[in-house]
Design a binder for this molecule. Structure first.
Ligand code: SDX
Length: 430
């Protein structure tokens, strides 16, 4: 029995007072700091943590990441095993329900989702209203939010059955919205869902079907697509998931929350990085230009997109698995020459002190775009594919947040450093 207590003793040198704070799960409660005051009437001490770099604001059972060891587990299952043995819909079930489904549960889940892939015909009018070169991520953010107007019952966020129904609809309809956005951008008529196909096979059908009566997905590309969706399905409290939880904390419906999460994901520092990586590789243009660009990155002239991570200070395990998909995809599509540039970039960066010191390794976005491009997806679709994979993770966290009795509407404090009280000045006196 250790005689050490799980507490932190703090001495406030401003007053000489000491305080004992409980340490639980490797954390102290920020609210325990409020007792630390100079004057009795003081508000009490706050914790200041821009971008929450060292703040946990939730307890979660969904996903575990060990950034130093490069470990990623969904509900305890290693991502490597899920990518090898599972399917995206089974992983979605696992993330949301917390356990792998029995055969009956799995079949019912797949049936439910398969039969909710259609979107209201009116949504096509929204799609048709976008400019021909509208970015599909902007179209996705808008149309996901618009779904909330078709399902007013989604406001019943306290009703498990209503939550389940919206969860099924969102997972089922994301691919349809994604594919319709693409078809709009190339001026092709929409290809409707085919319930005979798998989740990923149907997505490829909605993306690529032309004059054939029935689209038949290439099984290697269908499996690669499914694996890529698994690898993107969740990643604990990243920017977009935190957004999903924050919007959900006001009891907003899940469609509105998912629209906000999609908007957060759109940023090039987050899910928009896979698109930025492709544009970077195309700008580099050839392997012999790599050293010059590495130098630019070290001189701070540009960010090596697809490198670095807030949590992973080791190789992102997903990046390895995405890269591992390249040979089988290229067998079907032909090799994407950009992979040579990417691999040379990685080789040189991982030997260079600048990146090693900052623990900058390839992340999930570094290789995914190369594969997506080889599969025929336009670069602007890459963040949309990321969102399609992440929607089950967002929903798992949204629901976990609603069911967590410790949670409340997200409303952080601030350190006010602005102007003190001052009187209004008439325009002629300014
Ligand atoms: C995703 O959070 C998640 O889990 C996200 C995600 C998920 O699944 O949800 O994993 C998906 O978003 C992956 C990340 C995709 N983004 C990119 O690839 C964009 C490039 N990477 C960076 O912008 C950056 O690495 C972040 C945004 C990913 C992380 O930023 P941090 O943690 O705020 O780190 P930082 O920006 O403070 O950088 C620390 C240092 C800095 O150097 P100094 O100023 O201290 O000298 O590393 C440098 C940065 O300049 N740095 C880079 C770099 N990333 C960080 N230098 C060159 N190239 C880079 N890519």
């Amino acid at each position: 029995m250790s005689n050490t207590k799980d507490t932190l003793t703090i001495t406030d040198n401003r007053t000489g007072k000491t305080y004992e704070l409980p340490v639980e799960d490797g954390a102290v409660r920020a609210m325990d700091l409020r007792q630390i005051k100079v004057e009795e009437g003081d508000f009490g001490l706050l914790a200041y943590d821009p971008a929450f770099k060292n703040t946990a604001n939730v307890r979660s059972e969904v996903t575990y990441i060990d950034g130093d060891a490069g470990i990623l587990r969904y509900r305890g299952y290693p991502i490597e095993q899920l990518a090898e043995h599972s399917s995206f819909l089974e992983v979605a079930y696992l993330l949301i329900h917390g356990e792998l489904p029995t055969t009956d549960e799995h079949d019912a889940w797949v049936h439910d989702i398969t039969h909710h892939t259609f979107i209201h015909e009116n949504i096509k009018q929204f799609m048709d209203g976008f400019h021909h070169d509208a970015h599909p991520m902007g179209m996705l953010v808008s149309t996901v939010g618009a779904l909330s107007t078709f399902y007013p019952e989604a406001k019943g966020i306290d009703d498990p059955a209503a939550r389940h129904q919206q969860i099924v609809r969102l997972i089922a309809k994301f691919p349809t919205l994604a594919a319709f956005a693409y078809r709009h951008s190339i001026g092709m008529r929409y290809s409707y869902p085919d319930n005979d196909l798998s989740f990923s096979g149907n997505f490829l059908n909605m993306m690529w079907k032309t004059t054939e009566l029935k689209y038949e997905p290439d099984p290697i590309l269908e499996k690669a697509m499914d694996t890529l969706l698994i690898l993107h399905a969740d990643h604990e409290q990243n920017c977009s998931t935190t957004t999903m939880r924050a919007i959900g904390s006001s009891d907003a419906d899940p469609y509105s929350a998912a629209a906000g999460a999609s908007a957060a994901l759109y940023g090039p520092k987050h899910g928009g990085a896979n698109e930025a990586v492709l544009r970077m590789l195309e700008e580099i243009g050839s392997v012999d230009q790599v050293p010059a660009y590495i130098k630019k990155a070290k001189d701070g002239e540009f960010r090596l997109m697809g490198f670095g991570h807030r949590v992973y200070k080791n190789y992102d395990p997903r990046a390895k698995m995405v890269q591992g998909l390249a040979p089988q995809v290229f067998e079907v599509t032909g090799k994407n020459p950009l992979i040579d540039i990417a691999q040379e970039l990685e080789r040189i960066a991982l030997e260079d002190d600048y990146f090693v010191e900052r623990k900058l390794y390839p992340n999930v976005d570094f290789y995914s775009g190369i594969i997506y491009q080889a599969m025929g997806f336009p670069t602007s679709m890459f963040p949309v594919l990321f969102a399609m994979g992440r929607i089950p993770g967002w929903l798992a966290h949204w629901q976990e947040n609603l069911l967590d009795s410790e949670q409340a509407i997200v409303r952080p404090r601030q350190l006010f450093v602005g102007a003190d009280e001052r009187d209004y000045v008439q325009p002629e006196d300014r």
